[in-house]
Design a protein around this ligand. Sequence first.
Ligand code: AMP
Length: 500
Amino acid sequence: MSFADLGLSEELLRSIETSGYTEPTPIQAQAIPQVLMMRDIIAVAQTGTGKTASFVLPMIDILAGSRARARMPRSLILEPTRELAAQVAENFEKYGANHKLSMALLIGGVQMGDQVKALEKGVDVLIATPGRLMDLFERGKILLTGCNLLVIDEADRMLDMGFIPDIETICTKLPAQRQTLLFSATMPPPIKKLADRFLSNPRTIEVARPATANINIVQHKVRVTSRGKREALRHLLLTDNVTTAIVFCNRKTTVRELNKSLLGLGFKSGEIHGDMDQSSRIAELQGFKDGKINILVASDVAARGLDVKGVSHVFNYDAPWHPDDYIHRIGRTGRAGATGRAFTLVTDDDAEAVDGIEKLTGLKIPLFDLSASEGGAVASDTAQGAETRRGERGRGRSRGGAKPERTESRQVEAAPVAPAVVDVAVVEAAAEPVKQPAPARKRRDEPAREREARPPRTEKREEPTNKTRSEPTAPTGAAAADSGEWNGPVPGFLGVSALA
Ligand code: AMP
């Protein structure tokens, strides 16, 4: 099937060609004709399937016919995070290059005045996070009565972030006779209920998850004890032909500590996490891009908005608490036809998390035997070797005592440090302030921070920020962060400014 078979206009086909797409993805092939027929749809699809274009493309053709009226947006796209909202706006800019559609982006961290000005002129497409939209609506700055097309994107993530009541309120402000498109990676009962209430005779479309389809990622889990994690990682970094790697941790403190330890071992590593101000993050990413460092230790939130592609390895130093995060994480490797490798270190405590991942991907992740891999002496630090180690300690030997420091540094010197051939776009990175509790509305518009701090069901919450740690001093860090402002760029076409 080609894009021309889907009923899109000539202008759109031209911009699709410019984007380099030769054929529609399954979600696009199924959704685009339905949307053009003005049907409501429920699309069970996640990031990576081409779902954004599956609503942006037909929306452009639907909206092309008429003109915007002041303060009354003609269509509304709800996104759970600022980063996703900005990405959707960029999609409109790309695919709408041959159309004259106006847009506004309503997200926390962008000056309200600028957003209001954009709205007053009238917009065809309004892309918003629920919190900021509700703020403006409550101030009487916006009318949703002319909004005949609604997209609720990443509905299950909206649910995770507590946005469903806002979405319900927003739905009641729109005309009852409208078209509604709901996208969600999963369909938990509250989302089904939302769909039943606000969609009319929807067509359901379901597509395979990209992670299961990506045969270019070789996945492994490695059984370790929590004390054996560092050694297992070190071993893999040295023996698995690592050129560039992202190492994911669940906690910011682990990111910091692990990076310190890797640097101490002589690895060329850096870190990126939610406590860093924007300029430090950009500097760290630039170093990764330039090959100054080839290992980036990261938290989920810090890495989520960043388009870091083409790394040879992804290591889950901690098994992710949310199965979706596993897919996001390993998707950083195995791009553009290259084979990537993804290792997940698994302790006994991670059984539930791994179970969730395997259910979601439909794949039993094969076990990797460290002791059988090159230089397998590390076996004493794996779960299998735990008993031996305990015995050794009992005899007064320190952990890892079988590996003298000298051997370690010799191996480290031989560690591969090839410059990264990575495509690092820092544009979507959002500030993740941690110091001051923001007002309720603002906090809801900064769900990224919440997610990073969220503990697994059975564990304690992340410890509070270490007060002795040096805090960011740059205005883009402390000042902007405390006020909940967004430091990321805003697409140029919006003609609004983000606070510096
Ligand atoms: P999404 O699922 O919307 O986040 O899209 C994932 C990636 O797929 C984005 O980088 C898109 O630019 C890309 N993409 C979308 N549609 C196509 C297509 N038909 N062919 C190739 N790439 C696509």
